[in-house]
Design a protein around this ligand. Structure first.
Ligand code: FES
Length: 151
């Protein structure tokens, strides 16, 4: 029988093994580091935001678990072409999805493919893995010199 969780799992494995938008963005105009104190994993986000506040390009570097890499890969794919305020709304939905009651379906209209990470809510320690890239993104938008933390 078709199992949506299997499909979600396949997407996560694909993005963790072949991360999209991985590497330095030479013409970025915003960047920041992020850090998960629980495991020590680090991420760096590069952003190019134009004068209309549109995210023209975004990439990431770093090492982390499969969930953190898949989440960063999916996030960067989802944000290209979005405005900074749209990215904030998606982040809020993502944060909500990651901590919502198990019975609550993710808002796929806002989240799109990011909904594959809804399963992390069953594993509290993995929520920070999935949100590390998003906290780092917030820091990059502000050009924060202090690394973003998941704690
Ligand atoms: Fe470090 Fe997931 S175990 S980010």
């Amino acid at each position: 029988m078709f199992d949506l969780r299997d499909l979600y799992q396949q997407v996560i494995v694909d993005h963790s093994k072949s991360p999209r938008n991985f590497g330095q963005l030479d013409d970025c105009n915003h960047q920041a580091d992020g850090y998960n104190p629980l495991c020590g994993d680090k991420l760096h986000i590069y952003l190019r935001i134009n004068d209309e506040n549109i995210i023209e390009d975004v990439s990431f570097e770093g090492e982390g678990c499969a969930i953190s890499v898949a989440s960063a890969s999916l996030m960067t794919d989802a944000l290209k072409g979005k405005s900074v305020s749209e990215s904030q709304a998606i982040f809020e939905q993502f944060q909500h999805m990651a901590t919502a009651d198990l019975a609550e379906a993710p808002d796929e209209a806002v989240l799109g493919k990011l909904a594959v990470l809804a399963g992390v809510r069953e594993f509290p320690s993995r929520i920070k893995c999935a949100t590390l890239c998003w906290h780092t993104l917030q820091a990059a938008v502000k050009d924060s010199e202090t690394p973003a933390k998941t704690e």
